[in-house]
Write a protein that binds this ligand. Structure first.
Ligand code: ADP
Length: 445
């Protein structure tokens, strides 16, 4: 990157020098042309005012004006006088551009380049009152020879500027690269100063991503540790009971009891594994969720019907209120969401308690509420229940087949549907969980 920056800066410097030299030479040459033509005009007018060329047969010119070639041409193009050449061998001058134009317009000038390109000849032609054209000419260095003349100086200047630019770009590139190099060395202690504020959001973004990666790595590590720990308990129980049966240490009645324990613990293992797999799936599929129009009321209705047996087992009354409510959402996730909330409301309820499920629609909001008259959640735990494996009362959760992952799955689904979740609970009185979907943000997904 440093080498590329250096190369780019040098290229820009080289180009700038080249353009400056080209344009200044052109401007300089144009000034020279103007100067020479102005001089020629003054000289011609001066000669005109002396009347020396009034009589074309009798010209009194004595080369007063040095370095100037003076020619007098008659209307027919015949040369009557030339200060530098023998008029006897001179051809007809009527077709010379400046002469022809001076006959037509009164005056004109032109430039002709020599064959070797080294010299330019400037002409100025002026029509006199006697009908002849007086032409004055002067030779001067051409643009090409002016340029050739200053080539050594130009090379010197170019080398000098390139050296200065190189030294400057070395420092400049170093300054730009410095924070990036610092960042590569140590992400956390980068300090951007010296006007590189455009780099700040870029560095901040990398820092944030870096923190996110670290955080998610440590979360994954904690999750793996938790999963292993959770799996260990039922597996240890299964292995222990099986060993007792294997060693013939269990009476006939015990065998039935132990088999029951093995069955219960393996069911728990299955639920744990299923929930873990589901969470891993949810973590991975963020971008490939399929959305469709689903009726949230219909989903709640199916869920309530499905949980009827479980509710009866816990001696809890479950009811549903509301009406048809179309949402643009992922159907599977909606089923899981409603199921987990209703299942909790039944499992953490009291005998004779009730669960009320409601689906409401208000303007562009859809609200799902699951309210129970259960044991409630202590205030300090209310925020934490959405964490993976967090349980207020571990034994009650386990006893009712809980894994501590249900609300973590709910939280995930809520996030992927841009919804809001609120939990209001009072210990000993009950809990209400509300999920609010905004139809507008869902449609935008
Ligand atoms: P679990 O599988 O243990 O039910 P969840 O993630 O669904 O896991 O819930 C986490 C914890 O939150 C539960 O262990 C329980 O202590 C508490 N909880 C969840 N829902 C309710 C509720 N409706 N009433 C009382 N406590 C609840």
């Amino acid at each position: 990157m440093k080498a590329k920056l250096n190369r780019t800066f040098l290229l820009i410097a080289g180009l700038a020098i080249l353009l400056t030299i080209t344009f200044s030479t052109l401007i300089f040459y144009q000034l020279l042309v103007n100067e020479v033509v102005d001089n020629l005009v003054s000289s011609a007018r001066l000669l005109e005012s002396t009347d020396s060329f009034q009589d074309k047969e009798n010209i009194s010119y004595h080369k007063e004006i040095a370095n100037l070639r003076v020619t007098l041409i008659g209307e027919d193009g015949k040369v009557y006088f030339d200060s530098n050449a023998d008029i006897g061998i001179m051809d007809n001058h009527r077709e010379r551009p400046e002469v022809g134009q001076a006959f037509e317009k009164g005056e004109s000038h032109s430039v002709r380049h020599s064959a070797t390109m080294k010299k330019d000849t400037f002409y100025y032609a002026l029509k006199l009152s006697n009908g002849c054209v007086l032409r004055v000419a002067k030779e001067s260095d051409s643009l090409y020879s002016i340029f050739l003349g200053i080539v050594p100086e130009i090379i010197g200047i170019v080398i000098f500027i390139l050296i200065i630019s190189y030294i400057f770009t070395l420092f400049f590139a170093k300054g730009i690269i410095k924070p990036i190099e610092q960042m590569a060395d140590d992400m956390d202690s980068v300090n951007i100063t010296g006007g590189y504020k455009e780099l700040v959001p870029f560095i901040q973004k990398i820092k944030d991503q870096h923190t996110d990666i670290l955080r998610s790595a440590s979360m994954r590590q904690a999750f793996t540790a938790n999963v292993s720990h959770e799996l260990k308990t039922p597996l240890t129980a299964i292995s222990g009971y099986a060993e007792l049966i294997e060693n013939g240490m269990a009476e006939k009645d015990d065998v039935i009891r132990f088999a029951g324990e093995i069955h219960r613990n393996s069911k728990r293992l299955l639920t744990l594994i299923n929930d873990t797999i589901r969470l891993a799936e949810l973590d991975a599929m963020e971008k490939t969720i399929e959305f469709e129009d689903v009726d949230l009321y219909e989903i709640a209705e199916n869920c309530v019907n499905m949980l009827q047996i479980s509710a009866e087992k816990h001696k809890v009354h479950i009811s549903l209120a509301g009406k048809r409510c179309i949402l643009y959402a992922n159907k599977n996730m909606m089923e899981e969401l409603v199921y987990n909330l209703c299942d909790n409301a039944i499992r953490y309820n009291n005998t004779g308690g009730s669960v009320r499920v409601q689906v409401l629609e208000r303007q562009d909001l859809v609200e799902l509420s699951v309210q129970d008259t259960g044991i409630g959640i202590p205030e300090k735990s209310q925020k934490r229940v959405f964490e993976r494996f967090y349980r207020v009362d571990k034994s009650r959760s386990k006893q009712t087949g809980g894994t501590g992952l249900g609300l973590a799955i709910v939280k995930h689904i809520i996030a992927q549907h841009n919804a809001q979740i609120t939990l209001v609970s009072e210990l000993g009185k009950g809990t209400e969980v509300k999920v609010i979907f905004s139809k507008n943000t869902l449609q935008e997904q």
